[in-house]
Design a protein around this ligand. Structure first.
Ligand code: FAD
Length: 668
């Protein structure tokens, strides 16, 4: 048992809930939106704040995040509203050492990584899109001014899929208790919420007072998701610890409409001065620009902690002016400011009994300049929530929930390693010459920046073997790895451009019925279905056609995975979405040449072709996916678009084995 301080008041209301999400930041909103796509799953999301949209905070959306937002149907809104980050300029000390000069420009993201590029707009907008999406799909609405005050896990019930083993007492706060204070500044600021400067002890104490309380209730939950940020209450209840270090570097952030003669103000810039520190310039939506400014002259207490009350926008601007000299900078308007100290830490465990999970900033903190926090937080719950949703529905075996911590802790550790390198190079002093070993080589900085694109974009994430990813386990596998091993092995050589464990990349294909070109990934919506992608090859060939018919006959069998695991109250394609891409010329094939298992009645959106479109060119999908255009192959991908299995069209036994290891047969 964990903490057991449930108040014994008779009038306390009690209810059941499948999933309780604590915290409505990017991680919490993503979890709620994803769970909204899981029919019948009862979800609540609570947020201790009063709901007012704040300015500032995160602003970068990476390529992979945009692909995911697209799968929810609203990347286009972000794409239109945001500023696009296309070029990065490097500024370094000039010869005199007294000013800075432009020393290079590169594309901000390496071309070809994704059909999206990095964009920036403030976190409040992103949360706003999620709110609209939740309304559209009847998802849980955020219950503001509400927070947990105690949590117990009944360990005797954790293995029972139908049990509600986590008891949470929720406290509804008085409105005045849940409004964030602004540390006495008139300008909106993030000092109350910034990642590392603040301890939440005083805030927690204030909210624990009875005077802050309106009422309490008891909620019995199947699952609790701790999406409650860097100072996570949920994490502290579990006794989990953040492991890692705090650096000494302190950074200020200004969101301003600048008045300046600096020529690259509408490009992302990394500016290193000789002796005054560094600045990163991030041009934002409209005329707004964000500056990350290294602060060398800040007041600290005896333990080295920064006195946040002493941080003002004026002092941050002064530091910026020194670094950017000889260029001048001041502002017409300031929207937000904050300051933070970089802490690079990862939680020691991502879940308790696969019932309570730690996600987002609650699980990892790092510097914000690489634009990863909001993205990684959303991607954590994008990884987790479909698994929890399907477990609640009795479809996914609970053993598969272990893959969350396994997959995402690896990402968190990679992120910290990346951030350490990046933050050190960015915060360090430029080398004066080749012999200056303590200084940062600007050439190395540029190289690391270029290399970092693949990681920062989020598209290179590669989940390891498990009962959800059919590939060989790494030789250096951790003996304490809690996940069930892969029971089958993919035949990766059949699709060299669709790496198992990575997200299904996107190339253009064309609809067989109406010739409309589509990005293939756009057909894989986040709707909780698994994808069965049939690369049908050249179906003009009789032998190849026979292979397709044999596969279709298997899919039609009442005991095939499609029928075995799809709940009776769902349509035939309720859990598995079969998509076909063939490689014959479109005009030499008809939709009706394909068996009905691949194109149910009235479904004109399941069969595609790799061919030249009338208006938008050729996607060369087979070539890009590395699939033989004559023989094709079969690809199984998870509801979150990560590739599970690649095999031959006739390897239905492998597919059956794969699903038997992770899904639960349904009653008919
Ligand atoms: P949060 O956004 O912190 O959300 C947690 C939520 O939980 C909050 O709303 C909080 O009020 C609520 N909460 C906390 N405790 C409780 C409780 N007990 N009960 C109920 N609710 C609770 N990231 C990027 O990707 N790109 C960037 O460019 C970037 N820039 C940043 C700039 C700054 C100045 C800062 C401070 C951060 C930046 N980040 C950036 C990081 C980013 O803001 C965070 O990584 C991201 O917000 C984390 O999302 P989250 O949902 O995990 O946590």
């Amino acid at each position: 048992m964990l903490t057991a301080q449930v108040p014994k008041t008779k009038e306390v209301q009690t209810s059941d809930c499948d999933v309780l999400i604590v915290g409505a930041g990017p991680a919490g909103y993503m979890a709620a939106a994803w769970l909204a796509r899981h029919k019948g799953v009862k979800v609540r999301i609570v947020e201790k704040r009063d709901g007012k949209i704040f300015a500032g905070q995160a602003d970068g959306l990476q390529c992979r995040t945009l692909e995911v937002l697209q799968s929810f149907g609203f990347a286009d809104r972000a794409w239109k509203d945001a500023n696009h980050m296309l070029e990065i300029c490097f500024w370094n000390p000039d010869e005199s050492g007294k000013g800075v000069v432009r020393t290079g420009r590169i594309p901000d993201m390496s071309p070809g990584l994704s059909r999206f590029q990095q964009i920036v707009l403030h976190q409040g907008w992103v949360e706003g899109y999620f709110k609209d999406n939740l309304k559209k799909y009847g998802g849980a609405q955020v219950e503001f001014s509400t927070m947990p005050e105690s949590m117990e896990i009944d360990e005797s019930k954790v293995d029972d899929n139908d049990a509600y083993p986590v008891k949470v007492v929720l406290r509804h706060l008085k409105e005045e208790a849940s409004a964030p204070e602004q540390f006495g500044h008139e300008v909106l600021n993030g000092l109350f919420r910034s990642t590392n400067l603040v301890t939440t002890a005083e805030e927690d104490n204030a909210l624990a007072e009875d005077t802050a309380k309106e009422s309490t209730e008891i909620v019995n939950c199947k699952y609790v998701l701790g999406c409650d940020g860097a100072h996570s209450w949920v994490r502290r209840q579990l006794g989990f610890e953040m492991l890692g270090e705090h650096t000494d570097y302190v950074w200020g952030v200004l969101d301003i409409v600048p008045i300046t003669d600096f020529p690259d103000i509408r490009n992302r810039c990394a500016i290193h001065s000789a002796n005054s520190g560094s600045v990163m310039v991030i041009p934002r939506e409209g005329a707004l620009v964000r500056f990350y400014i290294q602060l060398s002259e800040v007041e600290r207490d005896a333990e080295g902690r920064v006195n946040r009350a002493k941080i003002t926008p004026e002092m941050i601007l002064k530091a910026c002016q020194k670094i950017m000299a000889p260029y001048t900078i001041t502002y017409e308007e300031i929207q937000w400011f904050t300051a933070y100290q970089i802490g690079q830490r990862v939680v020691d465990d991502f879940s308790s009994h696969n019932r309570v999970f730690i996600t987002g900033d609650a699980a990892h903190t790092h510097s914000p300049k690489a634009g990863q926090g909001m993205n990684t937080s959303m991607m954590d719950t994008y990884n987790l929530a479909w698994k929890v949703g399907a477990a609640c529905q009795g479809i996914l075996d609970r053993s598969a929930l272990s893959t969350y911590g396994y997959e995402r802790s690896a990402v968190a550790h990679d992120l910290i390693n990346f951030d350490r390198k990046f933050a050190k190079l960015f915060s360090g002093k430029p080398a004066t010459d080749a012999a200056d070993e303590a200084g940062v080589s600007m050439e190395e900085f540029k190289k690391v920046f270029e290399k970092s694109h693949l990681f920062a974009s989020g598209v290179s994430i590669d989940y390891k073997a498990s009962n959800l990813i059919a590939k060989p386990a790494p030789e250096t596998e951790d003996p304490h790895n809690p996940v069930k091993p892969a029971v089958v092995e993919s035949k990766q050589s059949l699709a060299t451009g669709i790496p198992v464990g990575q997200r299904f990349n996107s190339f253009q294909v064309m609809n067989q019925s109406d010739s409309r070109p589509w990005q293939f990934q756009d057909l894989m919506k986040s709707d909780s279905r698994w994808r069965v992608t049939v690369f049908a090859g050249d179906v003009r060939d009789a032998e190849q056609k026979a292979r397709i018919e044999k596969l279709a006959a298997h899919l039609d069998k009442p005991d095939s995975f499609i029928h075995k695991y799809t709940p009776a109250d769902r349509k035939r394609d309720g859990l598995f979405h079969v998509l076909t891409i063939h490689s014959a010329p479109r005009v030499e094939v008809e939709l009706h040449d394909f068996p009905t298992a691949l194109r149910p009645q009235h479904d004109y959106w399941s069969v595609y072709v790799d061919d030249m479109s009338h208006h938008e060119g050729h996607g060369h999908a087979y070539k890009n996916y590395g699939v033989d255009p004559k023989r094709g192959c079969l690809v199984i991908s998870r509801p979150d678009q990560y590739v599970s299995l690649v095999c031959e069209l006739e390897d239905t036994d492998l597919v059956e084995k794969f699903f038997a290891a992770c899904l639960i047969p349904q009653k008919k």
